[in-house]
Design a protein around this ligand. Structure first.
Ligand code: FRU
Length: 469
């Protein structure tokens, strides 16, 4: 395309240039939130992985840093996590930042790609500026499993043990360690539970509260096998006793119904908060999306919560309040009772409706003068929300890109709140503060200049914000 920056979101994190996939090693330390990411610095396609790096004081505005981790003799640097070693149990220094990642060793045999994956460690004693690899890597050898990757390490207070969750094919393995270097297998989880369309990747085991009760959440990305094709993110609610994860039920739940929220996990060292970010793309078409200079963005940073709806618990995800600092309320944009004027917003905005009636179908459509449209639809009959990007811009780069996305809603009749975050080439739809979430990219050739609704807009229940910086 003409302008290489044309499709770049403005308030979502993107790499300066070239390829990006999973968020990695997110950790907070001494005033800085760190975001590392799967990065190929030589091309806009997936290739030899490095850890790219960025930092932020507020999770909203990011500053790019040098590449943190480069491939070595054990392989390229696949996904993983980071923690702060407050008690210096590993011996790299008090409060050392320690990253766990997968060393991915690849060979070509008989024209076929062969992979050998082990888990390694790197550390930094200057708040993530410079990194050293541990001399005795790998810290966890391959037990004979082809897909053995994406270590996510957390502190388990009750057993005073570090716990690593890790991909083991279509299961998640749990390992324990006292010194962060020697890891022992505890258990695994996955058989007979959840969606099994593909490999279970990027697990995250999180201790949360449902009211006053402790609930453990296990986030698991699956590729393929997502709810609307390609990759997607499921989660399980249950208990973790320091050894075993026991789910509360057999239900398959989706953290996001949209096509474009994958490999997301939460920040470490942020107290009782649960801050999540995902890769805003899908393995189905990630390498083919029509940007050349840079490829793909992250989702907004989201707060995770557990809420009860009709006797069942769900994990909600909703953008952190911090985004509001760059969102300016816009009055007088009502053009008619069913339409809003968003000319000049550069497609960067937030639109909220309170108390939308679910006793009938409704539609919210973003439109422009060249005939592009992105529409959200609710069907009372099926109880589903649907996002349609088939007319939202370029679609021909992949045959399944134009497929309509469906999101099952547990809300039932009554009313709902809607928050739509639009950013250039992405939309994140939140129903009831993230109980139902639909995240989607699209590639519109022109900015939208109006929003049309099937319901009549009550200005008292509607808020429109323009992104300003
Ligand atoms: C998930 C994933 C991970 C892996 C990484 C490689 O998107 O496949 O399992 O570590 O990407 O880039």
């Amino acid at each position: 395309t003409d302008n290489p920056e044309k499709f770049r979101p403005v308030y979502h994190f993107t790499p300066e240039q070239h390829w990006m996939n999973d968020p990695n090693g997110m950790v907070y330390h001494e005033g800085l939130y760190h975001l590392f990411y799967q990065h190929n610095p030589n091309s806009s396609k997936w290739g030899p992985m490095h850890w790219g790096h960025a930092v932020s004081k507020d999770l909203v505005d990011w500053e790019h840093r040098e590449i943190a981790l480069y491939p070595d003799s054990l392989g390229t640097i696949f996904s993983g996590s980071a923690i702060i070693d407050k008690d210096n149990v590993a011996g790299f220094g008090k409060n050392a930042m320690i990253a766990f990642y997968t060393s991915n060793y690849e060979t070509q045999e008989d024209g076929k790609r062969k992979r050998f994956q082990t888990q390694s460690l790197a550390y930094s004693t200057d708040n993530g500026r410079t990194w050293a690899k541990y001399a005795n890597n790998p810290v966890l050898d391959n037990p004979g499993i082809k897909a053995f990757r994406d270590p996510k390490v957390i502190w388990h207070e009750a057993s005073k043990t570090w716990i690593m969750s890790i991909t083991e094919g279509q299961k998640i393995g749990f390992y324990g360690s006292k010194d962060l270097k020697k890891w022992d297998k505890l258990s695994d989880f996955g058989e007979g539970y959840g969606a099994h369309g593909g490999v279970w990747e990027c697990p995250d085991l999180i201790s949360m509260k449902s009211g006053t009760k402790d609930v453990w959440v296990l986030i698991v990305s699956v590729n393929p096998g997502g709810p609307n094709g390609g990759s997607g993110t499921q989660y399980f609610l249950g208990d973790f006793d320091g050894t075993t994860f026991k789910p509360h039920d057999k239900e398959t739940r989706w953290l996001d119904w949209g096509t474009d929220n994958y490999a997301g996990v939460t920040w470490s060292n942020v107290g009782n908060k649960h801050l999540f970010i995902g890769w805003m793309s899908n393995w189905l078409y990630a390498n083919a999306v029509p940007t050349e200079k840079w490829r793909s963005a992250m989702t907004t940073v989201r707060d995770l919560k557990i809420v009860e709806v009709q006797g069942k618990n769900y994990l909600t995800s909703f953008p952190i309040a911090g985004y509001q600092k760059n969102l300016k309320a816009e009055a007088n944009r009502l053009r008619s009772t069913h339409s809003l004027d968003i000319k000049g917003f550069n497609n960067a905005l937030k639109l909220s409706f309170k108390g939308v009636d679910l006793s009938e179908d409704f539609r919210v459509v973003f439109e422009n003068s060249i005939g592009e449209a992105l529409s959200l639809h609710y069907s009372k009959k099926s109880g589903y929300f649907a996002l349609n990007r088939s007319e939202g811009g370029l679609i021909s780069f992949h045959k399944d890109f134009a497929k309509k996305m469906l999101a099952e809603s547990p809300i039932g009749d009554g009313r709902c709140n809607l928050d739509i975050y639009l950013d250039k080439t992405s939309a994140e739809v939140f129903v009831n503060e993230g109980l139902v979430t639909i995240t989607s990219v699209f590639f519109n050739e022109a900015d939208f200049d109006s929003v049309k609704t099937s319901f009549s807009i009550n200005p008292g229940n509607m808020n429109l914000y323009r992104y300003v910086k």
